[in-house]
Design a protein around this ligand. Structure first.
Ligand code: SAH
Length: 359
């Protein structure tokens, strides 16, 4: 059985050709699945009866089950999606004036172990398949119906998208396809901790907008917060970022910087950050740290965030302080958890939170 949600246009074309069908069947079925939300072959009336019968024999649509759907007082929505008996993930929709942003997960847990991130504390179980990634968009679109539209997608949920490269790229191709969701590369942002070789590959294979989780302006501090920095230190990362923007004048990199009280938020660090980003078309997102159970960090005060931001703005860096959304339903940055059957490690065993690590 082929799960048709696992295939982008190229994959569907190859699939239909293997059945002896014309390539245009691929775009017909994409419209049914992704635009109309139809997952029943009998409703697909522009396919012949015999083709529908054949499809029933060799293809299906398999997607995660919605286990829980929560709506925050600010309108932010969070879904808990069950993938299999051991694993579930979370995704978030953030409605704003004139746009709606869907925050999509790419892995069950995360292997990178960034010290300030709830997902990182869960450990890692597995990559999501293409269908598990694209199903998040499918479910959000069809559950939000006409109430809201998904105008922007950010690969900023659970996991490090660039360590699940092939599946993430195939799913993003479906997100961008005019016969599916038609999201332009400007409105599709992949957030990465900075997997240098994969940033280079992304530019060649699927150059969407990128956000880089920087969080520190020096290697000594970044090594402590983000262990993968030891493998891909700042000089290499900045080089990859510069290369990503070259040849594309309209492109900039968004740098994310989580504000951790007394750790990375001093004026001296702001000045070092200015120097680091010199010559890279950048936009900076300052993210107030969102606490989660047992986290050792605190958020910088509003005054200190403003002081930090002013230093960056005086150096002509476009800087925005991200609004915290959906915090009371734990839908904010770094709070997504889900359920992870953790094969790699177990860091906390006293957590009574209902989305805890289950072993
Ligand atoms: N692994 C990718 C995708 C996750 S995006 C990446 O690191 O970019 C989630 C963003 O939220 C990242 O910038 C992450 O560093 C940030 N984040 C993680 N924990 C956080 C927390 N507790 N408070 C605020 N932001 C956090």
């Amino acid at each position: 059985m082929v799960n048709l949600l696992d295939l982008d246009r190229q994959g569907l074309t190859a699939f239909f050709m293997s059945l002896g069908e014309k390539p245009f069947r691929a775009t017909q079925i994409m419209k049914w699945i992704h635009q109309q939300g139809i997952l029943d072959f009998d409703t697909m009336t522009n396919l012949s009866k015999s083709l529908r019968q054949r499809l029933k024999e060799c293809a299906n649509f398999s997607l995660p089950q919605v286990q829980k759907h929560q709506i925050s007082v600010d309108g932010t929505r969070k879904w808990l999606l069950q993938l299999d008996a051991d694993n579930s993930i979370e995704m978030v929709f953030i409605p704003e004036e004139g746009r709606g942003t869907l925050c999509v997960s790419s892995q069950v847990g995360c292997a990178l172990n960034c010290h300030f991130c709830a997902t990182g504390q869960q450990g890692f179980n597995r990559n999501l398949t293409v269908s598990e990634i694209i199903a998040q968009v499918w479910i959000a679109k069809h559950q939000l119906c006409s109430e809201y539209t998904v105008s922007n997608i950010v690969m900023m949920g659970m996991g490090e998208p660039l360590t699940n490269f092939d599946n993430v790229v195939t799913a993003m191709k479906v997100m961008m396809d005019d016969f599916a969701y038609g999201i332009s590369w400007r409105r599709l942002t992949l957030s990465t901790v900075g997997i240098v070789p994969a940033i280079k590959r992304l530019k060649e294979e699927c150059p969407v907008s990128i956000a880089v989780s920087l969080h520190a302006p020096t290697d000594s501090l970044r090594d402590q917060l983000i262990p993968i920095n030891k493998k891909y230190p700042l000089q290499q990362l900045m080089h990859a970022c510069r290369a990503y923007t070259t040849g594309k004048p309209s492109r900039h990199i968004t740098f994310e910087y989580v504000m951790l009280k007394g750790i990375n938020d001093s004026p001296a660090e702001a000045h070092t950050l200015v120097k680091l980003l010199k010559g890279i078309p950048s936009k900076i997102n300052l993210i107030p740290f969102n606490p989660y159970p047992h986290s050792p960090y605190q958020c910088t005060s509003i005054d200190s965030i403003n002081r930090f931001r002013n230093i960056l703005m005086h150096a002509d860096l476009v800087t925005v302080t991200r609004k915290t959304r959906g915090a009371e339903i734990e839908a904010a940055c770094g709070q997504l958890a889900g359920k992870v059957y953790n094969r790699r490690e177990k860091r906390r065993d006293d957590d009574t939170h209902d989305t805890k690590n289950i072993i």
